[in-house]
Design a protein around this ligand. Structure first.
Ligand SMILES: [Zn+2]
Length: 404
């Protein structure tokens, strides 16, 4: 069985059993769920924390047309300027994208670089049911047959862009080799991945998700290509700061030369970091459970805001369903469903007030969190408290007082 990262020796770290897929919201309590094992390992060669095995493509494929993921975009204007400077493209270069997450960057390139662009259309190009499909459904279809078709239809790209896809690839080797074909011999590839350093260092387990096969840090990303893909030259690594996950980008250039010596890289710092992350899991889980028991005794019902993979993993991985009464999300499509695994109901935010809830855990990213807090003033006025499930703001976090 090929490893996800680079076909080398991985060390098993921990297995979480009996988990439910985060994109399979349930219509009824009786609905049967596909269960999977999340096996974490790290690679002694490239240092990457990863899933030992990707979940099968047909199991993970998107089933709801209304599912959509949002990635931070504040860095895209600056990035466009940087790429313009580095690549020095003259007029009408072709810049291509892979999923809908690339659209806003392609638009900026068209405007600022005067480029042409194309992006894979899931329905027409790959025979996928929904055009809203994200990486989990699109990536397994990037095979030789489809790549040939794409080249015939659109031509090779001068710059191929892939935001938030590399960490989703079920087999990075095969995936990169297909993407290489989509770029011109001297073309560039630009990947964006989330920087997992902060979560790993702060024991934030909401990072784990069956759709993320690889968990990069700046160091592992920078060295990954040098040690595995010597025919990609690393032109630049970009880092943009965000409250939880920084955005990491690598600009790579295709090289013609064959048989270049692979760089050896010693990932010991990263291996130690991920070892500790896994070692601390039980302590952190038990501390959070103790805290929830205390809050429940004192304040009654506990809700959690946000019905997404972050809250799903938080509840299922830490086994918290008996301490949580319901989930709050203002997405009306989600309200018609139950949470995967825990089968908790998903309610409108007005339920917080009508059910006299005093404690609501917060699983949203800090940008949306601010908006949500403003929209729920009555809840706060009635003595309600939002408590972050992330360890970064100790004062209003479920991690408060957890000491290692
Ligand atoms: Zn590896």
């Amino acid at each position: 069985m090929p490893k996800i990262c680079c076909n080398q020796n991985t060390k098993a770290l921990r297995t979480f059993n009996n988990l439910s897929l985060c994109n399979k919201f349930l219509k009824t309590r009786e609905q049967k769920e596909i269960k999977f094992k999340l096996k974490l390992s790290h690679c002694r060669n490239c240092g990457l924390l990863q899933l030992e095995k990707a979940v099968q493509a047909n199991k993970i494929a998107q089933q709801h047309a209304w599912m959509r993921y949002f990635e931070p975009e504040e860095h895209l204007d600056d990035l466009t300027q940087q790429i313009k400077k580095i690549c020095k493209f003259s007029n009408k270069k072709t810049i291509a994208g892979i999923t809908y997450k690339d659209d806003t960057l392609l638009k900026r390139f068209r405007k600022k670089l005067n480029s042409k662009s194309w992006r894979i259309k899931p329905k027409i190009d790959l025979k996928i049911k929904y055009d809203s499909a994200a990486s989990e459904t699109v990536l397994p279809k990037i095979n030789s047959t489809n790549v040939k078709k794409l080249i015939r239809k659109y031509g090779q790209a001068d710059l191929l862009v892939g935001r938030h896809i590399l960490e989703h690839a079920p087999n990075t080797f095969m995936f990169l080799n297909q993407l290489k074909k989509l770029t011109k011999p001297n073309g560039y590839i630009l990947f964006e991945v989330p920087d997992c350093t902060k979560q790993i260092q702060n024991n934030d387990y909401t990072m784990l998700w069956e759709e993320h096969n690889l968990y990069f840090t700046p160091e592992t990303l920078e060295n990954y290509f040098a040690s595995n893909f010597p025919n990609f030259e690393l032109v630049k690594l970009f880092k943009y700061k965000y409250p939880i996950e920084n955005a990491l980008l690598v600009l790579l250039k295709r090289k013609k030369v064959k048989n270049i010596k692979k760089n050896k890289y010693k990932p010991s710092r990263n291996l130690k970091m991920t070892d500790n992350y896994i070692k601390n899991f039980n302590f952190v889980r038990d501390s959070i459970i103790k805290k929830l028991i205390f809050l429940k005794d004192k304040y009654g019902k506990i809700a959690i805001f946000g019905a997404g993979h972050i809250s799903i993993m938080f509840i299922n991985l830490l086994n918290l369903k008996k301490y949580i009464d319901f989930v709050v999300d203002d997405n009306t499509n989600k309200q018609k469903h139950l949470m995967p695994g825990s089968k908790l109901e998903i309610k409108n935010s007005s339920y917080l007030v009508s059910n006299k809830v005093k404690i609501c855990l917060m699983s949203l990213n800090p940008f949306i969190e601010r908006k949500v807090v403003n929209k729920n003033k009555v809840f706060l006025k009635n003595g309600g408290k939002f408590i972050s499930i992330f360890p970064y703001k100790k004062s209003q976090s479920i991690f408060g007082n957890i000491k290692l």
